[in-house]
Write a protein of this length. Structure first.
Ligand code: NA7
Length: 544
């Protein structure tokens, strides 16, 4: 008999961000009983938590939005070329209301454990509130950058002032007026917050360990002509994006080599791209940009020269000019006035590569060189990316090893969608998928649509268990690595390889063959009767 204290579902969805909400919408469309469990007090995931000053998407708004409803994409008006965090959160809340999603979203609820039982082919999830949830399928829409990490600095508890992590920023905001502030970290997040904090603070110390390449966003109010052109052809735009490299329309795969072009040609191209703004133009300007170090360096040097021309103090400019990794192999940052910020009298760049942070003291930050007295610290030190959120849930099959244990040497997935040994569980934009190397919402839609088709197929064929084969998984992992190794990506110490988390196994996690290639592969797998999966029917349950 059914336990009255257990919620019974067809599909449990963990996470109420862009992926979880779309998954709920699709599952409902199939007539399935689905429910979203979300740790936050609101929906939005990344865009709910990352409320730090300057938080903004680095993909243009007209691309970074759902495509599943033409009415939605026609109606919605994005105010700026690149949307801010509050604008994106407002959009997500609008979508949640418009499609009546909230009645099946349980907020303030964290999933602690998930156990699959092969006797019943069902998952049982336990919430932090002590609730039990039973579901045939489980969709992990837990996000890639949802586990914030402050490095394990000695003495952090002794600091007398307030400190904040970008990914857990107070909803009410922080006023740094009149304060001496330290920002630790110069990835995308630091690069976005630094110019704004500099304008407010009495003095800002930026603690930089590794310089990153940043390009001007050239943000501004939405151009009405551009918006109209998009809206006149939205379905065509989206179709193009779906078969592209990065999931963004308007950037056909490059056919020309940077090394085959003349110096003048290259400089002209880079200058045009710099003026136009955005990162995808650079990433798709030449076919050897991300493959050949010499080709890559032509663009890297162009950007370094730009930095030298913007930053007045040549020593500071040299520290800001990245030399340790090829451009584009870490997330290529977009900024508004980042390098210019170092020309302000109230901003000091502290090189913590040559003199590392040794401890946080009562008064501030002590590096190997000296102590910096601070009133407040903002950590822009990143996330336990891609695997962190999944590893925090105790996920097991029949009491066997946890997913975290199975992934001790790095994540292994089939298509970035499923894991051998953990049936009926799907990930959205998991490691081994192109998710984080693409326009995320497009990848989310592709993953969720594919999962929805599989669940629908299972239901139509009385299949109660869907499990990735170990061999298919091994082949996929090898393929993902081969593709990565044919590029320059793995050489950079980025969160793509877990380099920002001490002790994390170094595995290049994203699939970088492009979203179009990946989509074709997924479609092929489905067309071949879900090749690489074992589908088994209810007969296997007869014994229960
Ligand atoms: P990132 O890109 O992981 O950047 C983290 C930054 O914090 C990076 O500059 C790190 O330097 C720095 N960091 C981390 N630990 C330390 C210590 N111990 N000392 C000094 N500096 C440190 O995170 P973001 O939040 O900026 O961006 C994440 C993604 O969100 C972004 O790529 C977009 O996709 C959206 P390091 O480079 O490791 O030397």
């Amino acid at each position: 008999p059914a336990d009255p204290n257990t919620t019974n579902l067809d599909v449990a969805i963990v996470g109420g961000g862009l992926a979880g909400l779309y998954a709920l919408h699709r599952m409902r469309g199939l007539g399935l009983k689905a429910r979203v469990y979300e740790a936050g007090s609101g929906v939005g995931g990344t865009w709910f938590w990352n409320r730090y000053p300057g938080a903004r998407c680095d993909i243009e708004s007209l691309e970074y939005s759902y495509s599943f409803s033409d009415e939605l994409q026609q109606d919605w008006k994005w105010p700026e070329r690149y949307a801010t965090q509050p604008q994106i959160l407002a959009y997500i809340n609008h979508v949640a209301e418009r499609f009546d999603l909230l009645r099946d979203v349980q907020l303030n609820t964290r999933i602690r454990t998930a156990g699959f039982d092969r006797a019943t082919d069902r998952w049982t999830l336990a919430t932090d509130g002590g609730e039990a949830v039973s579901a045939r399928f489980c969709i992990m829409a837990t996000g890639n950058l949802s586990t914030p990490r402050v490095p394990d600095f000695k003495g952090i508890e002794s600091f007398r002032g307030p400190w904040y992590h970008s990914g857990l920023w107070p909803a009410e905001g922080v006023d740094f007026s009149g304060k001496v502030v330290g920002v630790i970290g110069t990835g995308s997040t630091g690069i976005q917050m630094i110019p704004l904090i500099a304008k407010q603070a009495k003095h800002l110390y930026v603690f930089q360990r590794t310089a990153n390449f940043s390009l001007p966003a050239q943000n501004g109010p939405m151009e009405t002509a551009r918006e109209a052109a998009y809206k006149a052809n939205y379905p065509e735009r989206r179709a193009e994006a779906r078969m592209s490299g990065f999931g963004v329309s308007g950037y056909p795969s490059p056919t020309q080599s940077a090394l085959a072009a003349s110096e003048a040609e290259r400089q002209g191209k880079y200058e045009t791209l710099w003026q136009r703004g955005g990162s995808i133009g650079f990433l798709s300007c030449y076919n050897d940009f991300l493959v050949d170090e010499q080709a890559n360096d032509t663009a890297a040097e162009f950007v370094r020269e730009k930095i030298r021309s913007i930053v007045r103090d040549p020593k500071v400019a040299e520290l800001l000019a990245p030399k340790d990794h090829p451009i584009g192999t870490k997330r290529l940052c977009l900024d508004t006035g980042y390098y210019e910020t170092y020309n302000r009298d109230n901003v000091t760049l502290v090189d913590v590569r040559s003199a590392p942070i040794q401890e946080i003291t009562e008064r501030g930050v002590r590096t190997a060189e000296r102590e910096y007295a601070l009133d407040a610290i903002a950590f822009a030190t990143g996330f336990d990316a891609m695997t962190g959120a999944l590893r925090e849930i105790d996920i097991r099959t029949d009491g066997g090893p946890s997913l975290a244990e199975a992934w001790a040497d790095g994540p292994r997935t089939y298509l970035g969608l499923a894991v051998a040994g953990y049936p009926n569980m799907f990930m959205v934009t998991g490691p081994g998928s192109p998710g984080v190397k693409s326009q995320m919402i497009l990848s989310i839609e592709q993953h969720v649509d594919w999962i929805a088709d599989l669940i629908d197929h299972a239901r139509g064929h009385s299949i109660t268990r869907v499990e990735a084969d170990g061999e298919a998984q091994d082949r996929w992992v090898e393929h993902v690595n081969q593709v990565a190794d044919s590029t320059l990506y793995p050489v950079a110490n980025s969160w793509y390889v877990g380099a920002n988390i001490p002790g994390k196994p170094r595995v290049f996690m994203p699939y970088v063959a492009g979203v179009g290639v990946y989509r074709k592969k997924c479609d092929e797998v489905a067309a071949n009767g879900y090749e690489g999966f074992t589908l088994s029917g209810a007969e296997s349950l007869k014994r229960t």
